[in-house]
Design a protein around this ligand. Sequence first.
Ligand code: NAG
Ligand code: NAG
Ligand code: NAG
Ligand code: NAG
Ligand code: NAG
Ligand code: NAG
Length: 504
Amino acid sequence: MLPPLGVYLALGSLVQSCLGSCAPNTTPCSALTVTPPKGATLINATATERYNVTYEGPTYNGVAGSVDICDVEVYLTHGDAGDAVRFAIYLPLKGWNGRWQGTGGGGFAAGSFDFELVPAAVSGYSAGATDAGVNLAGDTDVWYNSTQLVENFVHLSFHEMTVLGKDLSEKFYGRKPDYSYWFGCSTGGRQGMSEAQRYPEDYDGIAALAPAINWDKITIADYWPLTAQGQGGEPVPLCKLSAIGNASISACDLLDGAADGLISNPLKCKFDAKSVVGMKVQCDENDTTIITESDAAVWNKIRNGFKDERGNFLWYGLEPGTNLQNQAIQPGFLISIQWIRDFLLREPSLDVSDIKQDQLVDLFHQSVSGFGDLWGTSNPDLSAYHARGGKMLTWHGWSDDLISPLGTLDYWKRVVELAGGEEKTDEFYRIFMAPGLGHCGGGPGPQIPTDNLAPLVEWVEKGKAPETILFSGNGQTRNICKFPKELEYRGSGNVSDAANWKCI
Ligand SMILES: *[C@@H]1O[C@H](CO)[C@@H](O)[C@H](O)[C@H]1NC(C)=O
Ligand SMILES: *[C@@H]1O[C@H](CO)[C@@H](O)[C@H](O)[C@H]1NC(C)=O
Ligand SMILES: *[C@@H]1O[C@H](CO)[C@@H](O)[C@H](O)[C@H]1NC(C)=O
Ligand SMILES: *[C@@H]1O[C@H](CO)[C@@H](O)[C@H](O)[C@H]1NC(C)=O
Ligand SMILES: *[C@@H]1O[C@H](CO)[C@@H](O)[C@H](O)[C@H]1NC(C)=O
Ligand SMILES: *[C@@H]1O[C@H](CO)[C@@H](O)[C@H](O)[C@H]1NC(C)=O
């Protein structure tokens, strides 16, 4: 019974999608052909109508639901590199909103596929994802030594996906997309930055969220909590690190005028863990322990960031109000381990569980000099993106424990300097720093919008640039201010309610 039903539905939706407003040059799904981008060769491609495609779970680039799509699956290769790069392009059969959306990945996965493709398509976008030809499980030992796969992962594949997706949208709907948007967080945020820096024509609007830029530096700095833990003899129990973290919130909570358990601007928080030496901590029901000098020193080292043995700054640490515990335990942060083992030391079988400060400093310099230009994606020159009318926005959680929010500030400052000031930069790049927000979500603060593209679409299509973005969750709402503005409590009214806060 299945084949006739499939044929019936295919014909039905084809007829339906052409009723009334069928543009002159549309191509039915099954007849779509793929034109490989310059420099790439087609391995194979299929285009199939699929119905009621759903993704269960939270969304952050559109609305949940189900959608009928033309699913174009493409594999490309490059010269004789032997790579096979997968692309998935979803074209909604009905209700296309005239927009193309490129979606990104996380960690060492270049794409998140249905997690972001389905909400995008449900919201009316034609959308794409790619695996860059590297496995989605994030195993880097199988591709670190391929120059082509590295190029694919760092910048090429999602550019090619954009070329493919726009072309297929035009063939399918009979006109070019009116607007194009990038959406991604973490690695997806770095990918968005790469598009603005390297392929400024690709996108009208880019949401580069909690971006994993400065990759060469953050991958080493993320190992530092483990090294710092090992310096004081016995590792500090995580419960003590948590207790000191809570003390930092208590010390700085009122700086914004409200006792809400959140630090609106951690840059103003001068908490030093030494101030709580001697504090009693209930680590389990039968045991009270005391914060020692050494516990405080370890917390401070992690919080203050990665330095060499002489105390010279190498990279930023984490802000008060951030959970420092995650990376302070064996075996350490997986991405750092893979980066050091596979890309820097090129020995996937090596045990890198006990790297000392001097070795880590050497690895940092090796990473920056050998990988910074390609992987760092921190070129502040966005003049070409600005000139083509592009708009980019970034939000970043002040309580991000994987990518220091100060790295995003560092980048923004360099952009501002080059662009000639904040006002100029506001024309094309704006950042929003969210109190109590973890990495791409989570943390005790108000949470990210369910449709993160909405403010960007307003900006690109209506010229309405965002001054604030509404975050809500954990029983609180806040209109997060465009940096460098910060939140301040108005002095009366429910502290959980965004209306009782202003940006100063
Ligand atoms: C297309 O090529 C890829 C990579 O070689 C392969 O994994 C996939 O099965 C092929 N798909 C089809 C439909 O032939
Ligand atoms: C899609 O879902 C709708 C509503 O749940 C249902 O009526 C329809 O039969 C489904 N179509 C297919 C092809 O499964
Ligand atoms: C790259 O690494 C893989 C897996 O470790 C190995 O099989 C292959 O021989 C290496 N190739 C080169 C060129 O080093
Ligand atoms: C710190 O605060 C969090 C959130 O209120 C709580 O879950 C945690 O138990 C606290 N840590 C300690 C050691 O009390
Ligand atoms: C605390 O002590 C009680 C009574 O001796 C015991 O049953 C319980 O398991 C202990 N809890 C922990 C976390 O050790
Ligand atoms: C304050 O607002 C929060 C969130 O809307 C609500 O849960 C809480 O009950 C309010 N508190 C008071 C005292 O009204």
